[in-house]
Design a protein around this ligand. Structure first.
Ligand SMILES: [Zn+2]
Length: 830
């Protein structure tokens, strides 16, 4: 598969300048393919020279350059050679294109609820040529004129405002100059809610079967949208530049959302069918405002090449939390960042695949894709927080505004961004950027104190850079102490050496819990002192600030991952503190970590049932202590349903008996219950199919597949593995659901033979699935729960092979690294 290299892109953008695209799509040609016609106008700086156009058609019909037909020899299946260019050129390509099922290109899905078909375009990162012929690289921006023919009952949306000009005929308004990776068209019998804010027409859209929840949740979605527009307009001093603003909740979407200018696509699980939690609405709101930040940062000013795309994500990640905190009801957004986002990045730092935030070479488009991880998002955001600590907030915002104004509708690089920051701050930021942005790795931060008669007599902060990635990173943060629920001290400091004496702590009272980085300003592995770790089970729940509790929970979980803290101690903290927790990001993220990673990987198999029992008891206690019908009660009920071994209770809930308040008829909750029963082997395919009859929807289908794959018997595993690895035309989401279910069984014997098969069968999916979708399947289907040295040995052998694609290789490297953490923990703690 051709994969654009950086040098090819540089040569092409030095040679040509694209001035306009006209794209005509005919989506009324059946369920498997569509017709695509592209007319591309471009200039050439060296008449007579050659270049190439990207297109990945099912069948190429015709290509002409300046009216002259290009013969078939000029097309290799993905690139059309353009030779003998003039100063002004027009290339026209007509082709039949295939709809995708992997979320890349023009994806087409069928809603089992009503058999309606939905299409949406996803051109990131290099999928635009699966929709139309183009010069597919981020720095060849041009305006688009798009027309779409669609079945008459469909609506059409895209980057430009859509107008229906006749039965099934749609014209989209000419866009501003856009990079190819932003191109989208969404078409289908979508239902809509229209609104307006500050002169900007707004629309939200989803499948027809989601009409009721879309309409019920429209006001919340639109409120966040309005608040974010107001905030960004005032912060950047620049209005939203792309006309109408549509948010389309689309099926089977790989990521959370995509920032297509004027027409953002979001995963449609964000249209919550049943009872919803605070945490879920916060996460959706975060995605909404994240994509809006991209309208300026990424869309208006686009990175020159993929190696700087981290800056888009770091910026949007930072800006979304800032906006939620400053301008919406979600004043707990930074706590969510501490629990949901930073641990993702800390995990990524521990892997051999860790990389600097910026400056990875990204020699080609696909290698850049591998770095869209917790480093680019969470670490990048944390470094921006540190940059603001370093230069001041007003200076930072002035620099951002300068950067946006200077490069509007064009492209820029990290050097341009740092140049704007240096201009606005008047500071040389070279060494800061080298340490924080151009060097990988996570410093450890710890505090050592001595005391006498209840008072601190000396305090030393130690900063330990990782051996592999030495750097001199300055850290600005605070240190707080808590005893019996009271904050007894807090000091702010900047640490710019490996050992710093803190005289300001001398004379402060000693505290039961001492929390470095208590407000979570910096990016570091916080090593709690032994007394604080020991006191956590009794003291943590009394700490009055959720932000400080979040830092402790993350430090404890990282300590388990690093084989420094016994996972049973974390379980003990959970047993005493989790049920008393009030912050729902903490409740949910701790619950997820325990069920997805800590218990199945770090706790030995023989103790896992006991660990789930601890969790079930804590969740039941949380449910008892929550207001019936509240968001907290719902989270608690879900974790009871996930972890309980009480099959009578679970069966009762599955049949709707004695359900917690607000959960009657809630299909999603019923699937949580059924998922647990299926993993235990307490229900089989007949009961699962009966449940699917009651919930004949896209979500129901996925949950049924996951439940069937998780059944702990040989027949179920054989069926599921064949569904994942055989050629059954399964969608990306179906493969994810099957993979999610597969590695469950209390008796690992039924799974053992699939460990070697993973390393042969999953790499063989390459080419059948787009790399983006394959990366997810390869990660989810990895035998993470098979915590044995033999699994790690097989990973090592697989990684020695030369035939793995970039996505599969990266998925194995990362999953193997997590597996080795669990092996190391078991070696220390048993
Ligand atoms: Zn983003």
């Amino acid at each position: 598969m051709a994969n654009l290299t950086r040098s090819e892109a540089e040569a092409r953008s030095a040679l040509i300048d694209v001035t306009a695209y006209r794209v005509e799509l005919d989506l009324d040609q059946g369920a498997t393919s569509f017709e695509s016609s592209s007319t591309v106008r471009f200039t050439c700086a060296q008449p007579g020279a050659s270049t190439f156009l990207d297109v990945k058609p099912h069948r190429l019909h015709r290509a002409t350059l300046n009216g002259v037909e290009i013969d078939g020899a000029g097309f290799d299946g993905q690139r059309i050679a353009l030779t003998g260019l003039s100063a002004e050129n027009e290339v026209v390509v007509t082709a039949t294109m295939s709809y995708s099922k992997d979320g890349q290109g023009l994806h087409r899905a069928i809603d089992p609820a009503d058999d309606q078909h939905y299409a949406y375009g996803h051109s990131f990162l290099d999928a635009a040529p699966r929709v139309f012929a183009c010069f597919d690289q981020p720095d060849l921006k041009a305006p688009y004129d798009v027309t779409v023919t669609a079945p008459p009952e469909w609506i059409v949306l895209g980057n430009g405002a859509a107008t229906r000009t006749g039965e099934g005929s749609w014209v989209l308004a000419t866009t501003k100059p856009l990079a190819t990776y932003f191109f989208t068209v969404c078409a289908g019998p979508y239902v809509s809610v229209a609104a307006e804010h500050d002169g900007i027409p707004l629309g939200i859209h989803a499948r027809a079967s989601l009409r009721e929840p879309l309409e019920r949740q429209a006001e919340q979605i639109l409120t966040i949208t309005r608040q974010s527009f107001d905030y960004y307009h005032s912060l950047f001093g620049m209005r939203y530049p792309f006309g109408e603003y549509h948010q389309v909740f689309v099926p089977e979407f790989n990521a959370g959302a995509m920032e297509n200018p004027g027409c953002v696509t979001l995963r449609d699980q964000y249209v919550f069918r049943g009872a919803t939690t605070h945490d879920e609405v916060l996460t959706r709101s975060n995605t909404i405002t994240h994509e809006m930040a991209h309208m300026w940062f990424g869309d208006l000013v686009t990175m020159q090449w993929w190696d700087d795309l981290w800056l888009n994500e770091s910026f949007a990640e930072y800006m979304s939390h800032r906006t939620l905190f400053a301008a919406t009801e979600f004043t707990d957004a930074w706590v969510d960042s501490s629990m949901a986002r930073k641990p993702w990045g800390y995990g990524a730092e521990r892997m051999p695949s860790t990389h600097p935030v910026a400056g990875s070479t990204a020699p080609d488009a696909q290698s850049a894709l591998q770095n869209f991880d917790g480093i680019s998002y969470a670490k990048g955001s944390a470094t921006l927080v540190q940059l603001i600590e370093h230069i001041g907030d007003a200076v930072f915002i002035a620099g951002v505004a300068d950067y946006l104004r200077s490069h509007a509708y064009g492209n820029a690089s990290l050097a341009d961004f740092m140049g704007a920051m240096e201009r606005s701050s008047g500071k040389d930021l070279q060494s800061w950027a080298d340490a924080w942005l151009r060097t990988a790795g996570l410093d450890a931060i710890s505090l050592e104190t001595t005391s006498d008669q209840g008072l601190i007599t000396s305090a030393t902060v130690r900063r330990t850079p990782p051996d592999l990635y030495p750097a001199d990173r300055p850290h600005s943060f605070d240190i707080a102490g808590f005893s019996y629920g009271t904050e007894v001290f807090r000091v702010a400091t900047t640490v710019d050496r490996n050992e710093s004496i803190l005289p300001e702590l001398e004379g402060k009272p000693i505290a039961s819990l001492v929390i470095p980085n208590a407000a979570d300003l910096t990016w570091a592995n916080i090593k709690l002192d032994a007394a604080t770790v020991a006191a956590a089970p009794t003291e943590l729940s009394s700490v009055p600030l959720a932000q400080a509790r979040a830092v402790v929970w993350t430090a404890l979980m990282d300590g388990v991952a690093l084989a420094e803290i016994d996972p049973r101690h974390l379980l003990a903290v959970m047993a005493t503190s989790w049920a008393k927790e009030s912050n729902q990001s903490i409740i949910n993220r701790v619950g997820l970590q325990m069920t997805l990673r800590i218990i199945p990987q770090f706790i030995p198999l023989s103790e896992q049932a006991g660990a789930y029992a601890v969790m079930a008891k804590a969740a039941a206690s949380m449910l008892d202590q929550s207001e019936p019908g509240s968001s907290r009660a719902l989270v608690a009920a879900r974790y009871v349903a996930t972890s309980s071994a009480d099959e009578d209770l679970l069966r009762g809930w599955a049949f709707g008996d004695q359900l917690p308040e607000g959960l009657a008829g809630d299909s999603d909750f019923r699937w949580v219950v059924l998922g647990n029963l299926a993993r235990r082997g307490a229900i089989g395919p007949i009961e699962i199919d009966a449940a699917l009859e009651r919930d004949h929807t896209m979500q129901g289908n996925l949950k049924a597949l996951q439940a069937k794959a998780s059944a702990p018997d040989a027949l179920a595993k054989e069926w599921a593995w064949e569904q994942i690895t055989g050629d059954h035309g399964r969608s990306n989401y179906e493969l994810n659901a099957l993979s999610n279910g597969f590695w469950h069984a209390a008796d690992h014997d039924v799974l053992l033979s699939y460990v070697p098969r993973y390393f042969t069968d999953v790499p063989a999916l390459s080419g059948r699935l787009g790399e983006d979708a394959l990366a997810r399947v390869a990660a989810l289907a990895f035998p993470s729960n098979m915590v044995e040295q033999s699994t790690a040995d097989q990973s090592a052998s697989a990684l020695a092979r030369a035939d793995l694609t970039a996505s599969v290789r990266r998925a194995i490297i990362d999953a193997d690294s997590e597996l080795r953490e669990a092996l190391a923990s078991r070696a220390v703690f048993g």
